[in-house]
Design a protein around this ligand. Structure first.
Ligand SMILES: O=C(O)CCC(=O)C(=O)O
Ligand SMILES: [Fe+2]
Length: 200
């Protein structure tokens, strides 16, 4: 395990070993069975290329009226609780008493990406965001606190965990592309990202 710092963004390479990745993946499968992946629309009307769902008191949601947190899955069911193996990652890394309210689950299939953005739909930016990568490698781009300027990129691999906290809490970030099929964790390929956030 090595820790890189890229513009105050902490990147814990190899934070989860293979057994831990499999354990988390199994928990994620349980969430997806109860609250299936869906493809949200952006406020601009184009569907996102990433499919997603959530666990926790809140789930992240997007449609023509904007980005927000929702108390239920689009089907009307409650979001399942955040699985304990996922909370364990938060606890190990942050040491905080407060637990995350939302675990957003992003699934990147072939060709999926996520444009540069800030995570700013939460009430209090003092809480960090913790982001877990599973499956195929993804090219993670890190920008600045405001839109524009130079960026730097790093490949995130299965088991890597990123913390956006402190000075980096509002840093622009995104995923340019994935190496579809290059990982061995997901039998059908693709990349899963879990993003843990305190919402309110
Ligand atoms: O997939 C990733 O590594 C980042 C995901 C992300 O930035 C988000 O869901 O807000
Ligand atoms: Fe983000």
């Amino acid at each position: 395990m090595t820790k890189l710092i890229l513009r105050d963004v902490e990147i814990h390479k190899g934070f989860l070993d293979r057994a831990a990745q499999e354990h988390v993946l199994e928990a994620v499968r349980g969430v997806v069975l109860a609250a299936p992946l869906f493809q949200p629309d952006t406020p601009y009307g184009k569907p996102m290329s990433v499919r997603m769902t959530s666990a926790g008191r809140y789930g992240w949601f997007s449609d023509r009226s904007g980005y927000r947190y929702a108390q239920r899955h689009p089907s009307g069911v409650d979001w399942p609780p955040v699985p304990q193996p996922v909370l364990d990652i938060w606890n190990r890394l942050t040491g905080l008493q407060r637990q995350p309210d939302c675990c957003l689950i992003n699934y990147y299939g072939e060709g999926a990406r996520m444009g540069l953005h800030q995570d700013r739909d939460e009430a209090d930016f003092a809480w960090p965001v913790v982001s877990v990568s599973l499956g195929d490698p993804g090219l993670f781009r890190v920008g600045n606190q405001t839109r524009g300027g130079k960026t730097e990129s790093v490949w995130l691999e299965s088991g890597d965990v990123v913390v956006l906290g402190g000075a980096a809490r509002l840093t622009y970030h995104g995923v340019d592309r994935i190496k579809f099929g290059a990982g061995s964790l997901l039998p059908k390929g693709g990349r899963i990202n879990l993003t843990l956030r305190v919402v309110d």
